[in-house]
Design a binder for this molecule. Structure first.
Ligand SMILES: Cc1cc2nc3c(=O)[nH]c(=O)nc-3n(C[C@H](O)[C@H](O)[C@H](O)COP(=O)(O)O)c2cc1C
Length: 218
């Protein structure tokens, strides 16, 4: 067994950078999320917009993977993917998801749970056309989540679509676009000493209902 594996139980770290109280968090979880996001930006963390997306399939099996947060508005959190991917099918079947941000350098975690909706074509086109040409060709080339015989399939498909769309004009595939996660709950977690972390949760019964704030035991 490798040393790291033998030592897993002994790996621990005490958190001491900051604290979180109700007054600082305020009453608007979107506003507080934006504040933390700007602090993360200020700290120049790598991949600060990477988040874990959890979905549930038709057998109630949860699946989690990383995606990139590509936009935030007053309604929710936006990311882009392949509508025919495994996650796309999960969300079509069951439009409820969870997001997780872990900003370890700031000893912070944010959990977001709620419903998910598909973005409109104009939003999809605007973001798709802002991507580098290679990524746009990649969207065509990858039948995301499908089993493929080997790597050469991808290279052949990329070459095929590269020849089909030789210039800068690469149309967006109908199977590629974005989602907006509409939160019904947020939890802000700040690591504290001796595992006595701060957890502040916001919940609302529906998208047009008021937020309720509460503190959770760590
Ligand atoms: C840092 C990072 C960022 C990623 N960003 C995205 C993304 O924005 N959209 C996406 O579809 N996949 C993204 N992926 C790939 C997904 O994690 C996943 O492999 C892929 O979407 C297929 O997931 P599925 O088969 O569960 O649908 C990213 C992976 C990593 C490690």
């Amino acid at each position: 067994m490798a040393d790291t594996e033998k030592n897993l139980a002994g790996i621990r770290r005490d958190y001491c950078l900051a604290s979180l109280d109700e007054h600082a968090v305020g009453n608007d979880p979107f506003a507080f999320f934006r504040k933390w996001l700007s602090e993360v930006e200020h700290a120049q963390l790598d991949e600060l917009n990477a988040m874990t997306l959890a979905t549930v399939d038709s057998d109630s099996q949860p699946h989690a993977r990383t995606v990139l947060l590509k936009g935030l508005d007053d309604r929710g959190f936006m990311f882009f993917s392949n509508y025919e991917s495994a996650k796309g099918h999960d969300m079509e079947h069951h439009p409820r998801v969870a997001l997780l941000f872990f900003w370890k350098e700031l000893e912070r975690q944010v959990r977001v749970e709620g419903m998910v909706e598909m973005l409109h074509d104009d939003e999809n086109d605007a973001y798709y056309q802002s991507r580098p040409r290679g990524s746009r060709i990649g969207a065509w080339a990858s039948p995301q989540s499908s089993v493929i015989a080997d790597r050469s399939i991808l290279d052949e498909r990329a070459a095929h679509f590269d020849a089909q769309y030789p210039g800068e004009q690469v149309p967006r595939p109908a199977f590629w676009g974005g989602y907006r996660v509409l939160p019904l709950s947020f939890e802000f977690w700040q690591g504290r000493s001796s595992r006595l972390h701060d957890r502040i949760r916001f919940r609302r019964a529906g998208l047009n209902e008021a937020w309720e704030r509460e503190r959770l035991a760590p």
